[in-house]
Write a protein that binds this ligand. Structure first.
Ligand code: MCN
Length: 746
């Protein structure tokens, strides 16, 4: 029997999307739907006073509410004991973009017209907009309960004053991992329809079950009363794993008005209030012996949480956990989560691991340079070796499996590392104004936590349906889960119906986060499919008077091997009472740890500061692979997001906390012409933590790429002695030009 596991089956999702177009929340026809318009604070840290009376009289307006009217509604702050976050600010707003009043109107246009009539009075106070400002003595408090704005700390190891005492060489770096927007093309959108005592909610979201539970809690009704359905999603990238004030508002107002209400954000709202990611600054010391043996790394990291604590708390914890990277060394790290007067921050593809990889890989490269050891050799000499797995990092991670040297060696060969080093030396010697830089980054990331369930059902008509709690935003779950079921039952992937992202049809599910879907959801699907296949074989064997081991499943039939005698799957189900349904749970014994090496070659024009990526090779390892084409797509997308952070993107506020980069004219989301021609390869080191050997693939690219580009740019500029303090990301032409000019003037 041929199977599809490991084959690049074409995505089943795409025909419908290409032929009829995707169906996003805003495309769903909801008769009589009202529109929610949000009035937002233009200032950070400001008093607010609102008069809604004129707006309430405007044409088409159904109602206007200010903070006091909705004081009973709130969202929890994630994992900290702070007062809950109001869904509409009362008297004081903590960040620009915070809702201060809402309008519900018959049409979006009516609502926007009425918004001009809301009389809002703001009296801004000084704001702590940056990490530096929030940490300064006497800084304005973001939360009244926190005198120092520190909302969260994590120490993964006890301080050891002797950590680096065996090192002959210690270098220190100050690194800024700038705040960026996830930049999904479809912004947030949510529509709530009252039904009986509860609601049906259509949401562009990564975690339908979480959304259902949080809405139910906010409204004081059972979770079963809130059915969340996720239609096509135009990108989530982590930010759609958060629950937002507008989600609670549409749900509450739909029930209060007993009419459907929807909210669809515009691009400025998206860039202002949909959770940003990254936003860290780190002071790092790293040391090695004179012969080049890594001794240890010590880091103090401030993480921007924004004005309320949301999923950025997880990112902070994961940076601490992954701070030893791919290396055998002692690691001491303290991470502080800092409140600032900026929109609450969340998970962005990789959530804390790309930040750790950037920090470790910049530090390792800088140390190798100061030891005058080639960065490839230095890494190969210091990797955690394959025989050391499972490997306890001492930072809370136990790496499951890996062969870091294999990935690095393969990447170096593919790109002809030695050849590029020769070309670089020649260019330097010739005094070229187009300097070459070669950047190597070897990362470890983590995927999957918790459990996932799957149900596989065969109907009397022979239909096969698999339902699971994963919820894709474009990752191709429909295809890969169908492959796993088809392989077990001897069918083609297109024969399988896949049910996802609907709390009314799937009892539980973790949704998308931490590249968990393949290792957890895929494992649950494979488990359920294998059990169903065994059941079919057993039932057919009884009816056909054969041994179960002799029953072959192929072409929709259960046949006795070597004969034409058989039954259709539908007949087998009919004989078993009409349907065969198997529900299985997969509970992962541990996390798993994908890894890889990215090598990037850049050309820096020292006269204009422009950077061009001339070659980009990645070798990623996400264990065994269900669908190599889909995985390669994940690598490409993730890599592009990481490259974009290194070269283009940056969220910027003015001194009063207003967002400067509030549209795609000022926020430099790159387009396809700026994407490097990435050559993506893989090694395959199975995870021992699930039967299929899968590790997550979705965040690998975003983790390896930023440090590869950063190391390449810094390598190109090394002759000028440019440091990370002189030239923080993103490496825009102006910044590069200025850093070179300043270095030359020194
Ligand atoms: N896959 C596979 N073999 C593996 C691993 C994965 O065939 N060993 C397949 C999976 O079956 C799935 C896809 O690759 O079809 C990605 O699976 P996985 O790595 O498990 O990641 P998730 O589906 O859980 O996606 C999460 C990850 C995260 S956390 C973000 S954020 C993210 C992402 O991946 N956001 C995305 N990829 C995205 N891709 C798109 N198009 N849009 C987003 O918003």
């Amino acid at each position: 029997m041929t199977t599809t596991f490991g084959r690049s089956v074409r995505r089943l999702e795409d025909e419908a999307i290409l032929a009829r177009g995707a169906v996003f929340v805003d495309d769903i026809d909801i008769p009589g739907c009202l529109h929610l318009i949000v009035i937002r604070s233009p200032f950070a840290n400001t008093t607010v006073s609102i008069d809604t009376s004129a707006a309430g009289q405007a044409a088409g307006v159904v109602g206007v509410w200010a903070g006091d009217d909705l004081a009973h509604l709130s969202l929890p702050q994630v994992g900290v004991e702070l007062e809950p976050r109001p869904v509409v600010a009362r008297r004081r707003a903590r960040h620009a973009g915070e809702p201060v009043a809402v309008i519900v109107a018959e049409s979006r246009r009516d609502g926007l017209r009425a918004a001009d009539l809301v009389d809002a009075d703001f009296d801004p106070d000084p704001a702590a907009v940056t990490l530096e400002a929030a940490r300064a003595p006497g800084a304005p408090r973001v939360d009244p309960a926190l005198p120092d704005n520190v909302a969260y700390t994590v120490d993964v190891s006890d301080p050891d004053p002797d950590l680096l005492s065996a090192a002959d060489v210690v270098v220190s770096l100050d690194l800024v991992n700038q705040r960026v927007a996830p930049g999904m093309l479809e912004g947030r959108a949510v529509a709530a329809i009252p039904e009986g005592n509860g609601l049906v909610v259509h949401a562009s979201h990564q975690m339908p079950h979480k959304l259902s539970q949080w809405l139910a809690r906010a409204l004081g009704i059972p979770a079963a009363a809130v059915r969340v359905i996720v239609p096509d999603v135009g990108g989530g990238f982590g930010a759609k794993a958060s629950v937002y004030p507008e989600d609670v508002l549409v749900a509450h107002l739909a029930r209060e008005l007993q009419r459907p209400v929807k909210f669809v954000e515009d691009r400025t709202e998206n860039l202002t209030t949909t959770a940003h990611g990254r936003g860290q600054r780190a002071h790092v010391e790293i040391g090695a012996t004179a012969e080049g043996r890594l001794v240890g790394l010590r880091a103090g990291i401030d993480v921007d949480f924004g004005a309320y604590v949301d999923n950025q708390r997880y990112s902070a914890a994961l940076t601490a956990m992954m701070a030893c990277g791919a290396y055998r060394m002692a690691t001491e790290v303290e991470v502080r989560g800092i409140l600032t007067h900026t929109p609450p921050m969340g998970a962005f593809r990789g959530a804390g691991r790309p930040e750790a990889a950037y920090m470790v890989e910049r530090a390792v490269d800088t140390l190798a340079r100061s030891l005058r050891i080639d960065p490839v050799e230095f890494r190969l000499a210091n990797f955690i070796p394959p025989e050391a797995f499972p490997y306890d990092t001492g930072t809370g991670a136990v790496y499951d499996s890996g062969n870091y040297a294999a990935a690095l060696t393969a990447a170096a060969e593919r790109i002809d590392y030695a050849g590029w080093r020769r070309t670089q030396a020649e260019r330097r010697a010739a005094g070229s104004t187009r300097l070459l830089g070669i950047g190597v980054a070897s990362y470890v990331e983590l995927s999957s936590s918790g459990k996932e369930r799957a149900t596989v059902t065969i109907g009397r008509d022979g239909s096969v349906v698999v339902a699971t709690g994963t919820s894709p935003s474009g990752q191709g779950h429909r295809t890969t889960w169908a492959q796993l079921v088809a392989d077990q039952l001897g069918l083609e992937p297109e024969d399988i119906e896949v049910v996802l992202a609907d709390t009314g049809r799937v009892g539980s599910g973790g949704g998308t986060a931490g590249s968990r879907s393949a290792p957890l959801g895929g494992s649950a699907v494979a488990l359920a499919a294998a059990t169903v296949a065994n059941d079919v074989r057993r039932l057919a064997a009884t009816r056909l008077e054969a041994a179960a081991d002799d029953i072959v499943l192929a072409g929709g039939r259960a046949t006795v091997a070597g004969t034409n005698v058989g039954l259709s799957l539908g007949d087998v189900a009919a004989g078993a009472g009409g349907t065969i349904a198997i529900d299985e749970e997969f509970d992962a014994p541990n996390l798993n740890y994908p890894f890889g090496t990215h090598i990037c070659v850049v050309e820096v024009d020292i006269e204009t500061g422009e950077i061009e990526i001339v070659r980009y090779v990645s070798v990623d390892d996400c264990g065994a692979v269900i669908n190599p084409m889909i995985v390669e797509g994940q690598f490409h997308g993730g890599t592009m997001q990481g490259v974009a952070q290194a070269l283009y993107e940056r969220i910027e506020f003015d001194a009063s906390g207003g967002l400067v980069t509030a549209n795609f004219m000022s926020y430099a989301l790159p387009d396809i012409l700026q994407a490097p021609d990435q050559e993506a390869y893989r090694t395959e080191t199975p995870s021992p933590n699930n039967d299929l050997g899968l590790k997550g693939a979705g965040e690998a690219g975003a983790t390896g790429s930023t440090p590869a580009v950063a190391n390449a740019v810094m390598d190109a500029l090394a002759p000028f002695g440019v440091t990370d303090t002189d030239l923080p990301m993103p490496y825009t032409p102006e910044r590069v030009w200025r850093a070179i000019a300043a270095a030359r003037a020194r």
